[in-house]
Design a protein around this ligand. Structure first.
Ligand code: AMP
Length: 213
């Protein structure tokens, strides 16, 4: 099963993607996570990506597409995957389709997690991420057991540079301009599935699994 998660930054698609990956035993492939790992390891790709990410801008398509196509050709992805944060532009979606059609494959579902902008801003200002393992929390909706400390590894929780309010506003406008057109793109292909992302995490997951079967 090949699934794409769509939705504004902070709509909860990452959380849902992880759960989908677990339930269907397919890898969760998050381009944001890949970039953050590269930043942490101070690779050349990480250094380039960081300048865009810190401003709330998209990393240029040419730095993203080959990375994802290469990842999809790995052994663990042969029975499917859930893509989280990719594609984010029409050229990325077209490049994905081209790469898949060479293998006579195509995307099965594009799940759009819908959340209004006002809710997104409230959610993202409360988001906290682990400085070491990247696990994510929310001060109200998904708090860690001990304030400011990661449940999984015990490291300190931080507010990601790109979750700061001014960057969130920029990311939202970038989302509307560059990523939202993908909803029409996948509607045209007949594979879009819309889910109300304002419900609780478990309800959203139930709605998604009803669709995926
Ligand atoms: P995310 O964790 O998916 O919200 O991604 C964090 C940041 O990484 C985004 O705001 C972008 O700067 C960058 N990024 C992640 N995925 C992509 C992509 N497919 N295309 C361009 N930039 C991306």
């Amino acid at each position: 099963m090949k699934i794409i998660m769509l939705g504004a930054p902070g709509a909860g698609k990452g959380t849902q993607a992880k759960r989908i990956a677990e339930k269907y035993s397919i890898p969760h492939i998050s381009t944001g996570d890949i970039f953050r790992a590269n930043i942490k390891n101070n690779t050349e790709l990480g250094q380039k990506a960081k300048t865009y990410m810190d401003q709330g801008l998209l990393v240029p398509d040419e730095l993203v597409v080959d990375l994802v196509v290469d990842r999809l050709s790995q052994e663990d992805a042969k029975n499917g995957y859930v893509l989280d944060g990719f594609p984010r532009t029409i050229p990325q979606a077209e490049a994905l389709d081209t790469a898949l059609s060479k293998k006579s494959e195509s995307v099965d579902y594009a799940v759009d997690v819908e959340v209004p902008d006002g809710d997104i801003i409230d959610r993202m200002s409360g988001r906290r991420s682990c400085s070491q393992c990247g696990a994510s929390y929310h001060v109200t909706f998904n708090p860690p057991k001990e304030e400011g400390v990661c449940d999984a590894c015990g490291a300190a929780l931080i507010l990601r540079e790109d979750d700061k309010p001014e960057t969130v506003a920029k990311r939202l406008s970038v989302y509307h301009e560059q990523t939202q057109p993908l909803i029409d793109y996948y509607t045209g292909k007949g594979i879009i599935k819309e889910v109300d992302g304002t419900m609780g995490m478990d309800e959203v997951f139930d709605a998604i699994t009803k669709i995926l079967g």
